[in-house]
Design a protein around this ligand. Structure first.
Ligand code: URA
Length: 238
């Protein structure tokens, strides 16, 4: 009687599914349950493998684990996976975590991050509404540029994140993000302000906020790019 009538059908369907799952296990000779982490990982992918359903961000994060796939893992404090809306229509991609991001485990929380937050607000969005991640998920020592092999090792995870989120737009922040996503060696000055294509998603490269902190005269160009983005997104900015 606690269960509202409209929910009864759904609950009975779920019980049916559980029963047929048990029946299948019994027919396969199963006499007990293995709830180890490995088994639970397999079970959590049931019905998705081969069904062409995107993975969830949680599954991708789980697969990344305590990643030791490249040398950047040796010096990091935290993996910086990404933050924001798992269904965002706009994703910002930076280069890699800096000092503050490494400590906090969140992208773009230092000085450049504060500027990015202002840019996000200027285009009438919030950090919670968009998704923010980086090309590499661990801080390169002394904030050096990530090396090609580090980018290549980390890249499949970003690609899977993008597939999972399925955004309409990506804003690539700076040279490394733009060149890695678009597989080009063209300079950011040539790439910025125009829409490019990444597997059907519109990619707008612009200058990195850290570059803007050093070259504030470039803010005008970024604002121009953000107006292009708002127009494409159908945002009325007057
Ligand atoms: N710069 C980046 O490229 N990413 C961050 O997360 C912070 C600074």
């Amino acid at each position: 009687s606690i269960i509202k009538h409209g929910h009864t059908k759904k609950i009975l369907e779920t019980i049916d599914q559980i029963q047929s799952g048990f029946r299948l296990l019994s027919e396969m000779g199963c006499k007990g349950f293995d709830c180890s982490k490995q088994s639970m990982d397999i079970v959590s992918r049931w019905g998705r493998i081969g069904a062409d359903l995107p993975e969830s961000l949680a599954e991708i994060r789980k697969d990344l684990g305590d990643c030791q796939r490249c040398r950047l893992s040796r010096h990091r404090q935290n993996i910086v996976f990404g933050t924001g809306n798992p269904q965002a229509s706009l994703v910002f991609i930076g280069e890699g975590p800096g000092y503050d991001e490494d400590i906090q485990g969140e992208p773009f929380v230092g000085a450049a991050g504060q500027l990015l937050t202002k840019i996000i607000q200027a285009i009438q969005q919030t950090r919670a509404r968009v998704y923010i991640s980086n090309i590499v998920k661990c801080r390169p020592p002394n904030n050096r540029n990530p090396k090609t092999d580090e980018i290549q090792t980390c890249y499949p995870f970003l690609h899977r994140q993008i597939q999972a989120i399925h955004p309409k737009f990506i804003c690539a922040l700076g040279t490394i993000a733009a060149q890695s996503l678009l597989q080009t060696e063209q300079p950011i000055s040539a790439l910025r302000g125009k829409f490019h294509n990444y597997k059907g998603i519109k990619v707008l490269p612009t200058y990195h906020p850290a570059y803007l902190l050093r070259n504030p005269e470039k803010k005008r160009a970024v604002w121009k790019d953000m107006k292009e983005l708002m127009t494409a997104m159908g945002i009325d900015f007057g």
